[in-house]
Structure formats: structure tokens, C-alpha cells
Design a protein around this ligand. Structure first.
Ligand SMILES: [Zn+2]
Length: 312
């Protein structure tokens, strides 16, 4: 039995590279707008500028609290308006202050959701756009079934669609190192980190595409999660180009979510921000095995911890 299963897995994995159809991905960007970076860059919105030239749809998840992170609230308000008014952006709420649901609990979290839409709701009306998506900070949907069901009911009542992701590559940690080296004028090390981010991210795409082939026998519409940060301001264009070379087409979040994989039940009741690929699985041992097979980012995290200690 075990050998049969093993053989099937190997066979399906090798089929992965020949699978028919075109791979698709929706790019989603969290923690928008990055007001601190905006100030550092003399009020230039570099990621937005780059996206303007890329002509692909992106979904952005907004923390309105970001507006007050620097002294230039009026300018930051203008920055948020720029994000909202672009015709290629789909809008999502990401809470006001990026709180962790399982940590703060239902009352505080739902207040944070409501507070997080005050300005965006008005701006979206002004620019004739919808605000119907929500992404959980840290992808923490609660640490029990009860907690999860409670918040799902709240979101439904408030006409929010919770947004999953399938691929992420710890861009926030790569970004921490990238910014550290740039601030220390070490361009060579910063470039090493950027190159490593691009390589690892492509490996993650390959890995989750193989999993899709193995689990569903086809390409699925992937959802990539990354952040509004320096690394993506400098590298997202290259990443998109490299994905295009691998035949990816870039779809809106609306279109990606039409893929029926997203109709599956989320069986995961812990607080950790794992891929929805794993949340759809019921076999815990299999989940563990596949998670272990992910591209290795331990070297980067070792460096992250070392630099983090140094800075503190
Ligand atoms: Zn976030």
C-alpha cells in the first residue's frame, strides 16, 4: 500500500512539469500604505510607481493605522488615496492596527476591523470601487474552532470575504535584512538578499505548483502574499518578469477566487499563518510531511535572528 502511494506521489510529481493549462496567480500586497518608507523616500511611492508600469492587477490590504505612523498624516492620507484610486487595485481591509485575532480576542478584533475601514470606505465610494475583502493580520483566524466560526460569522454579517493565500516566501524577513544592509550602505549584501528572495520565491511557486498537480491534477489559481516594503518596491517587477518567463498569467483576486479550490473547507483551527493548501487537508501527518518539503529558508532566518539581536 505504502509503495503504491509512494509510486503515485512520484508519478504525479513528475507529471507536474507537464501539466496542461496556464499557471495563474493573483498578487496580493499587505500592510498598505507603508508611510515610514514613503517619508524615507521623500514622499515618493516607489512600489506604486513600479506597479503603474507593470500593468497587472493587484489586491491591497490596508491598515489605516499606518497613516498615523509618521508626522505627515495629510500626505499619508494622499498616499492611501493613490492606492485606492488606481484602476488595477482591488481593495481589502487588514484591520486598523494590525492586531492578532487570537491575541486580542473577538471584541477588540472586531472593533479593529470596523475602525480599519473608516477612510477606505469613503475613498472607495469616491472612486466607485468596492471594499469587500478582508485579510487577517498574521493570517491568524483564531486558535480554536469556536473562535474561527465566531469571526467568520461577523465577517459574513458585515459583507466581508476573508481572503486566503497559497504562496508566501517570508518577504517581511528578507525585507528586514535588505533594509538593514541598505541603511548600512552595504549594497553588495543587500543585493545578495534581494537575489535570494527572488530565487526562493520562484522555488516556492514551483513547490506549490507541484503540490497542485499532486493534489488536484492541474494548475490552480495561486494567490501570492507579499508586503508593501522596500524589497518589493525594488524587486516585484523582476519577480513578475521571471514568473511571466515561466508562463504565469496575472489575474485579479476576483478571478483567482473563482477557482473551485477556494470553495474547500478550511480544516485548520490553530493560530499560525500557514498556506491554505495545508488548511484544506485533513491528514495531519501528510500536512506535516508536505510542509517539511518546502524550500529551505532556515539560513535566511538564522541571519535575520543574528541581525535582529545586533540591532536591539
Ligand atoms: Zn499584515
Amino acid at each position: 500500500m505504502l509503495w503504491n502511494k509512494l509510486f503515485l506521489i512520484i508519478l504525479l510529481s513528475s507529471l507536474g512539469s507537464y501539466i496542461s493549462g496556464q499557471p495563474k496567480v493573483a498578487i496580493t500586497i499587505d500592510d498598505v500604505p507603508n508611510a515610514r518608507k514613503f517619508e524615507r523616500d521623500n514622499f515618493q511611492a516607489k512600489l506604486l510607481d513600479q506597479l503603474d508600469s507593470m500593468k497587472i492587477p493587484v489586491a491591497v490590504f490596508i491598515n489605516e493605522g499606518m497613516i498615523y505612523k509618521t508626522k505627515s498624516a495629510a500626505k499619508n492620507f494622499g498616499l492611501l488615496d493613490q492606492w485606492v484610486k488606481r484602476d488595477y487595485t482591488t481593495l481589502g481591509n487588514h484591520t486598523f492596527s494590525h492586531s492578532r485575532y487570537s491575541g486580542v480576542g473577538y471584541e477588540k478584533f472586531t472593533t479593529d476591523i470596523e475602525r480599519g475601514e473608516a477612510i477606505t470606505r469613503e475613498l472607495s465610494k469616491l472612486h466607485k470601487k468596492q471594499l469587500s475583502y478582508f485579510r487577517f493580520p498574521y493570517n491568524d483566524l483564531g486558535n480554536s474552532l469556536r473562535q474561527k466560526q465566531r469571526i467568520e460569522a461577523f465577517l459574513k454579517e458585515n459583507k466581508y470575504v476573508p481572503v486566503p493565500f497559497t504562496i508566501e516566501s517570508s518577504d517581511w524577513a528578507f525585507n528586514y535584512l535588505y533594509e538593514y544592509y541598505l541603511m548600512n550602505n552595504n549594497k553588495r549584501e543587500a543585493k545578495r538578499i534581494a537575489d535570494s528572495y527572488l530565487d526562493i520565491t520562484l522555488e516556492f511557486f514551483h513547490y506549490f505548483d507541484s503540490l497542485a498537480a499532486e493534489q488536484y491534477g492541474r494548475h490552480i489559481s495561486q494567490i501570492y502574499l507579499c508586503h508593501d516594503n522596500s524589497l518589493n518596491a525594488d524587486c516585484l517587477g523582476v519577480l513578475v518578469r521571471k514568473l511571466k518567463e515561466r508562463s504565469y498569467s496575472f489575474v485579479s483576486l476576483d478571478e483567482a477566487l473563482e477557482d473551485k479550490v477556494y470553495k474547500q473547507k478550511n480544516n485548520y483551527d490553530k493560530k499560525w499563518g500557514i498556506s491554505w493548501f495545508y488548511r484544506w487537508m485533513t491528514d495531519k501527518a501528510e500536512l506535516k510531511r508536505l510542509k517539511k518539503g518546502e524550500p529551505d529558508v532556515s539560513g535566511m532566518f538564522k541571519e535575520y535572528k543574528r541581525i535582529h539581536r545586533l540591532v536591539k
